[in-house]
Design a protein around this ligand. Structure first.
Ligand SMILES: Nc1ncnc2c1ncn2[C@@H]1O[C@H](COP(=O)(O)OP(=O)(O)O)[C@@H](O)[C@H]1O
Ligand SMILES: [Mg+2]
Length: 255
């Protein structure tokens, strides 16, 4: 299953004014693979995910996603819709509709974007919420849910759309520490289904467990990439070692 390439990014550049944020990022993600991106704050991780989903327009570079190949700068409206249909974004702050229930939040994309009949959408949404452990929360509004529960609603909302790739941007960084575990468990379960994922996270233990491959990014470039056990336990690059030591002082490397 991991042999087919699902997503390929080639030489992506992005600046905001004089601030050069992405300096030629390339990466390949295979079908069913979980790619984790780590790196210091400000290194361009969010910008990279936003360029993949075309929430942000790259200055140059190309993207192949399944059968769709686009020039990220000159992309047409039709291609943008195509890429958006194939990807789903899980945001740091969940971004749920506050005036809709959990069930309505999950149904929304199915009914509006996919034109699924309401009755069928309701059934699909209910099943997805049950899968993330929220079968007793269908009628709850976001404010009645914990952060971890809201993030699980957000994950259910992306799952029902059957995206080819799910992009997670620090999905647990807004959560209280005791709610992180339940959310990571749900993401691990989604990964087991063989969905292709790109996950930006600072949860190193989780990354070690779930990632097929890890990319360490700094200053808008890829510094190092490889299997989780290599990048986390035997990093080669000085900057990777320094970063990991900073967030996990208990890891010791010979520097
Ligand atoms: N919409 C934007 N407008 C201007 N600058 C931005 C915008 N988004 C991000 N940046 C800048 O891009 C750099 C990288 O940010 P970001 O991609 O959020 O990094 P990370 O997610 O790795 O912390 C930062 O210097 C940030 O200020
Ligand atoms: Mg970010």
């Amino acid at each position: 299953m991991l042999d087919n390439i699902k997503l390929r990014l080639e030489d992506v550049h992005k600046s905001f004014g004089n601030n050069i944020v992405l300096r030629g990022i390339s990466m390949t993600v295979r079908e069913g693979e979980v790619l984790v991106i780590i790196g210091p704050s400000g290194s361009g991780k969010t910008t990279l995910l936003r360029c993949i989903n075309i929430l942000e327009r790259a200055d140059s570079g190309s993207l192949v996603l399944g059968e769709t190949a686009v020039n990220l700068h000159g992309i047409s409206k039709k291609q943008i819709l195509e890429i958006r249909r194939k990807t789903a974004f899980v945001f740091q702050n969940y971004n749920l509709f506050r005036h809709k229930t959990a069930l309505e939040n999950v149904m929304e994309g199915l009914v509006i974007a996919r034109k699924v009949p309401e009755k069928e959408a309701r059934k699909t949404a209910a099943a997805a919420l049950a899968r993330v452990g929220l079968e007793d929360k269908y009628d709850a509004y976001p404010l009645q849910l914990s952060g971890g529960q809201q993030q699980r609603v957000a994950i259910a909302r992306t799952m029902v759309l059957n995206p080819e790739v799910i992009l997670f941007d620090e999905p647990t960084s807004a959560l209280d520490p005791e709610l992180v575990g339940e959310t990571l468990k749900v993401i691990k379960n989604v990964a087991k289904d063989g969905v292709t994922m790109i996950i930006v996270t600072h949860e190193i233990a989780f990354a070690a467990e779930v990632a097929n491959r890890i990319i360490f990014m700094d200053g808008g470039v890829t510094i190092e990439e490889g299997p989780a056990e290599e990048i986390i336990f035997r990093p080669r690059e000085e900057r990777t070692k320094q970063f990991l030591k900073r967030i996990r002082p208990e890891l010791s490397y010979t520097i």
